[in-house]
Ligand binder design. Structure first.
Ligand SMILES: Nc1ncnc2c1ncn2[C@@H]1O[C@H](COP(=O)(O)OP(=O)(O)OP(=O)(O)O)[C@@H](O)[C@H]1O
Length: 252
């Protein structure tokens, strides 16, 4: 069974059909790229997948579960986590606490336990600290655990955002332009990180990206979107060599 199966998804904003008849099948463990020119509808698909927008057509199945039209929190609990085009960290929290916000949906205590600092509070907080540090080690961020997220260099903020998303224990990780604003060295390191996450967390990853080096370097399959519709889907090399794709990108 596919991990993600989207059928005939659609949404309009006023007169604009931003996503139209969009279908995709992603197998477990796949590293899948969603590409297309500016304004093609890529981020809108992420927003539909994460409950930010409700579709007016189509269905979304995650691991067989119908999550169409569910709320963001419910979808996160069902197993989808994301990062954003413009990094969204809690800038005034430490690196460690940012990851712990991701863990809160799986480790919890009652409000009263928190206020009264009952033994369970300390137990759960300790467990979360340990888990968060484990994750930070994976991303080589454990040395910086006590500094504010805003004080991390850009490339590390991107990594922290991925770590926080993984803390929620997703089945599917969505990365929205993870290489945006990165220099070539940071991008190369990011590619290694994404591969590492897929291999070591047994993760399925769908990413939006304009950096073709990253796309051709790590994605196994691609869907090209143009004016809200699928232009072509298939293996990365075949798709990138397709004349229609070249035309859509060069605007000829
Ligand atoms: N909330 C909204 N209200 C109105 N129009 C919207 C809304 N969200 C997206 N759109 C429109 O839908 C279209 C697709 O936008 P979207 O951001 O999904 O494109 P994209 O492929 O992610 O582009 P980019 O690569 O530039 O990020 C655009 O024309 C955009 O203006």
């Amino acid at each position: 069974m596919a991990l993600l199966e989207i059928k005939n998804l659609g949404i309009s904003f006023g007169g604009l059909r931003a996503v139209d008849n969009f279908s995709i099948t992603i197998e477990k463990g796949q590293l899948y790229g969603l590409i297309g020119p500016n304004g093609a509808g890529k981020t809108t698909i992420f927003n539909l997948l994460t409950g930010v927008y409700k579709p007016n057509a189509g269905t979304i199945l995650l691991d067989g579960e119908n999550i169409t039209g569910k709320k963001t929190m419910e979808i996160n609990n069902a197993g989808i986590a994301r990062t954003f085009q413009n990094i969204r960290l809690f800038k005034e929290l430490t690196v460690l606490d940012n990851v712990k916000t991701g863990l809160h949906n799986r480790h919890s205590y009652s409000t009263l336990t928190g206020i009264l600092r009952l033994p369970k509070y300390y137990k759960v907080e300790k467990e979360m600290d340990e888990k968060a540090i484990e994750l930070l080690k994976v991303f080589d961020l454990d040395q910086e655990k006590d500094i504010l997220a805003s004080n991390l260099p850009y490339g590390k903020q991107r990594k922290l955002e991925i770590a926080r998303a993984l803390a929620t224990g997703p089945k599917l990780l969505l990365l929205d332009e993870p290489a945006a604003g990165m220099n070539p060295n940071e991008t190369k390191e990011l590619m290694d990180t994404i591969r590492f996450v897929r291999d070591n967390f047994d993760m399925t990853i769908l990413l939006i990206e304009h950096d073709m080096k990253l796309v051709s370097g790590i994605c196994e399959k691609l869907t090209v979107l143009n004016f809200g519709q699928v232009l072509i889907q298939g293996g990365t090399a075949d798709v990138l060599n397709d004349p229609e794709v070249i035309k859509a990108y060069l605007g000829e």
